[in-house]
Design a protein around this ligand. Structure first.
Ligand SMILES: [Fe+2]
Ligand SMILES: [Fe+2]
Length: 190
């Protein structure tokens, strides 16, 4: 009688399964790092167009520095936890910069409209994550809550700096929020 076949080779069992708390936290960290990376690219694109003379540029540079802090923190958490970044990173690099440059080319107010839309979406996204996490991952929740406060400030500053005076604000705002939602859903998964 033949011996039952033994299998050898690499174990292909996924370390994390959907629904597993660690899988959820890994996916959250991945999308958050992608989002903060995208934010740094949007502001880099805006600053590339606006230079450093416009009043808007000072505000953008300050927000960009805060995004760098957010990104550094999530970069470190990815490394610490052995979570890979999204494979879409090279795409966000280009898309983020293009979005920033395009809105800044329209006007400084359109650049602010972009920030208002992105930050509203991120604010909602972070609220949803905080609710989902509960008390399961305090270090991740702490970072998210910390950064969410900055994102809300960015949104308020953008409105104050004339975001709503931008030509076609409702359309621009809705389009950018929709784009962010697509980016978020993709970055969670791949
Ligand atoms: Fe941020
Ligand atoms: Fe922000």
């Amino acid at each position: 009688m033949a011996e039952p076949e033994t299998t050898s080779g690499p174990d292909l069992t996924p370390a994390w399964r959907p629904g597993d708390a660690r899988a959820d936290a890994a996916s959250m960290l991945r999308v958050d790092q992608a989002g903060e990376y995208g934010a740094t690219r949007i502001y880099a694109g805006q600053l590339a167009v606006l230079g450093d003379r416009q009043p808007a540029a000072h505000l953008i540079a300050r927000m960009a520095a805060q995004e760098q802090r957010h990104l550094r923190h999530f970069d470190a958490m990815l490394a610490e936890r052995g979570v890979r970044p999204t494979v879409l990173q090279p795409f966000w690099r280009i898309a983020g910069h293009a979005l920033g440059a395009a809105t800044a080319l329209v006007s400084p107010q359109a650049a602010m409209a972009c920030t208002a839309a992105v930050e509203d979406e991120i604010d909602q996204h972070y609220s949803e994550q905080l609710e989902a996490l509960g008390t399961s991952d305090p270090s991740l929740s702490e970072a998210i809550a910390d950064f969410q406060a900055d994102e809300r400030e960015h949104r308020d500053a953008a409105i104050e700096a004339g975001a709503e005076d931008s030509v076609g604000y409702p359309v621009l705002y809705a389009a950018i929020r929709a784009g962010c939602r697509v980016a978020i859903e993709l970055s969670k998964r791949i």
